[in-house]
Design a protein around this ligand. Structure first.
Ligand SMILES: [Zn+2]
Length: 157
């Protein structure tokens, strides 16, 4: 069954612990700040950066709250699972505007426990216990663009 599913190639192979952590960070940012998922992402093995469109700059306390919330999710040892659905089934459940124009009819849902689900073709860890500890290295605010850039690393589990 599964070999008949045609999926678009993911254009990059991201380091699975970092990339899976990105899913958790996105959901946590949505929960804490009511924003959308990152507007730009640069994921690498040693350090990564994510940009968010926000109304105002998060405070140092906000950053600590983000770290704590993400690490609590990681510590729960949640399974990361995938599910294949059609674009039609994905309507209303996911933001399909983020799909490339040539996306295949079948899309892949990636779930981190019951904490987050999104459409993704990247490479993930099997369980959040493989991620390590999330640590924000630095962050800055661009008032003109209303963009918050955050750099982070993972401390090995
Ligand atoms: Zn992913």
């Amino acid at each position: 069954m599964e070999q008949q599913i045609q999926l678009n190639d993911h254009n990059k192979q991201e380091y699975p612990p970092m990339h899976t952590c990105e899913h958790i960070i996105n959901r946590t940012m949505m929960n804490l700040f009511g924003c959308g998922r990152s507007v730009s992402a640069h994921i690498e093995r040693k350090k990564s950066k994510l940009d968010y469109a926000l109304e105002s700059a998060p405070t140092e306390d906000d950053v600590r709250r983000l770290e704590e919330a993400v690490n609590i999710v990681i510590a729960q040892g949640l399974d990361v699972t995938t599910e294949f659905i059609t674009q039609e089934e994905a309507q209303g459940r996911f933001d399909l505007k983020r799909l490339p124009d040539d996306a295949s009819e079948t899309v892949r849902v990636v779930k981190v426990g019951n904490y987050d689900e999104c459409l993704c073709l990247g490479t993930h860890v099997k369980n959040t216990s493989e991620i390590g500890t999330f640590k924000v290295i630095s962050h800055d605010w661009n008032e003109e663009a209303k963009r918050w850039r955050m750099r982070f690393k993972l401390v090995a589990p």
